[in-house]
Design a protein around this ligand. Structure first.
Ligand code: AMP
Ligand code: GLY
Length: 422
């Protein structure tokens, strides 16, 4: 099979490296890919959001399957466009991807179908939102831009003044563009967070092993949110009992409700959960694999990923086994100096071999380029250094030992991945 993966970050590198293990794959392309991915697949210079370009390339090369990994091409209808051209694609259509691309939609959807989530209100007028917050008088309060915002559209405001600043920048200054035309104001929940990704073909849903993201930039969960500074799998809080509760009260009700509304979801459905005193609640849905959750979940997959994604596309997931390794997995993200604020690019990376790897770990490249036989930084999150082990502690120890071998000027990473709150 010739497979094209759309995207170019650490998640896509983890997907590519897993696909490479399959005996069914004869050729792998990635659009646009990155430096590390170019050592494992042929990168083609088409932006991930270029629907026409991706369809044209897939026809030209007679691609057998396109794996659409990022949120924005899914929200823009890339799977619909590929299907219309007769090209099989893994990922939800636009009308199902809306579960991620509009927070207003997803909150109203959960309310309609009695799926547990935080209480909320929707506003398209900033003054009304602020009146509501002043009247409610409960802090912290959570403010979310309706649309996609690179994982940065959520503000936890500790006071009225903070809420005012956040609402002003989202709704008046439009820091996220039209994503801020509407906002959700939400009840603040507490409890451990769990990410659960699930394969679904619309008829059946098979959860993957659980994981835990570390979104804040600094140790001790301090500093601003990032796209994710590291992950572990399994999530120590996610017991079998909780998994059953989530299946019965969240996962299956979500799949069934999407069907009921004519929005059948095929692909990977991501449940961002909070384990509250009142039981598990949905913090967010994503319509795709998580980043950097994928980096710790896919290395634990025993079954051929190509078999699974084909069974999803062809709606025969019920008979397809999905098996996992017992080993734990940990990923430590090495980021550019300044990230998640502005950062330089083009810093030389030392310590990687010519395939972009290092002894004792698997390195998923998120923001690198490969030039004149060297790797250079090319993004905020640069590398996801990942290791498996018999225990979580062993996996973490191996991942951190590998991090020590890699250098670029001003590199920063969290030292407490997998060690905090467990
Ligand atoms: P989201 O982009 O919706 O996943 O939100 C980003 C992060 O904000 C989450 O991972 C949580 O840590 C936090 N968050 C979002 N909604 C809430 C909430 N209602 N209560 C507490 N924390 C929240
Ligand atoms: N790691 C969170 C996300 O992929 O949205």
């Amino acid at each position: 099979m010739k497979i094209l993966v759309v995207g170019g970050g650490g998640r896509e590198h983890a997907i590519i490296r897993k696909l490479k293990e399959s005996s069914k794959v004869t050729k792998l392309y990635c659009a646009p890919g990155n430096g590390g991915i170019s050592r494992d697949a042929e990168c083609v210079n088409i932006p991930a959001l270029d629907l026409d370009g991706i369809v044209r390339f897939s026809m030209e090369k007679r691609i057998d399957l396109v794996f659409v990994a990022p949120d924005d091409p899914l929200a823009a209808g890339m799977v619909d466009a590929l299907e219309a051209a007769g090209i099989p694609a893994f990922g939800p259509r636009e009308n199902a991807a809306v579960i991620e691309s509009s927070k207003v939609f997803s909150k109203d959807f959960m309310k309609r179908h009695h799926i547990p989530t935080a209480d909320y209100a929707v506003f398209q007028d900033s003054h009304q939102a602020l009146d509501y917050i002043r009247t409610t008088g409960k802090y912290p309060t959570v403010i979310k831009a309706d649309g996609l915002a690179l994982g940065k559209g959520v503000v936890i405001a500790a006071s009225y003044e903070e809420a005012e600043r956040a609402i002003h920048s989202i709704m008046e200054d439009k820091i996220f563009g039209s994503s801020g035309n509407r906002i959700v104001v939400e009840e603040f929940l507490t409890g451990p967070e769990v990410s659960v990704l699930a394969f679904t073909d619309g008829k059946c849903l098979k959860p993957m092993v659980s994981s835990k993201d570390h979104k804040r930039v600094y140790d001790g969960d301090k500093g601003p949110n990032t796209g994710g500074m590291g992950t572990i799998s399994p999530n120590p809080y996610y017991t079998e009992e909780l998994a059953q509760v989530c299946m019965d009260t969240i996962f299956l009700p979500t799949m069934n409700a999407l069907n009921q509304e004519g929005r059948t979801f095929k692909g990977c459905l991501y449940f961002g959960l909070m384990l509250t005193q009142d039981g598990p609640k949905v913090i967010e849905y994503n319509s795709r694999f998580g980043d950097p959750e994928t980096q710790v979940v896919l290395p634990r997959l025993k079954t051929d990923l190509v078999d699974i994604i084909e069974s999803v596309v062809e709606e025969r997931l019920p008979e397809q086994p999905v098996e996992w390794l017992e080993e734990a997995c940990a990923c430590v993200v090495m980021a550019s100096p300044g990230y998640p604020g502005s950062y330089p690019k083009g810093l030389e990376i030392a310590g990687l071999d010519e395939t972009g790897q290092v002894d004792g770990a698997e390195v998923f490249h998120a923001g690198t380029i490969w030039k004149d036989d060297k790797f250079y930084t090319n993004g905020g999150r640069v590398l996801g250094v990942t290791a498996t082990g018999q225990s979580l502690d062993e996996a973490l120890q191996k991942a951190y030992a590998a991090v020590e071998k890699i250098h670029f000027e001003g590199a920063h990473y969290r030292r407490d991945i997998g060690k905090i709150n467990r």
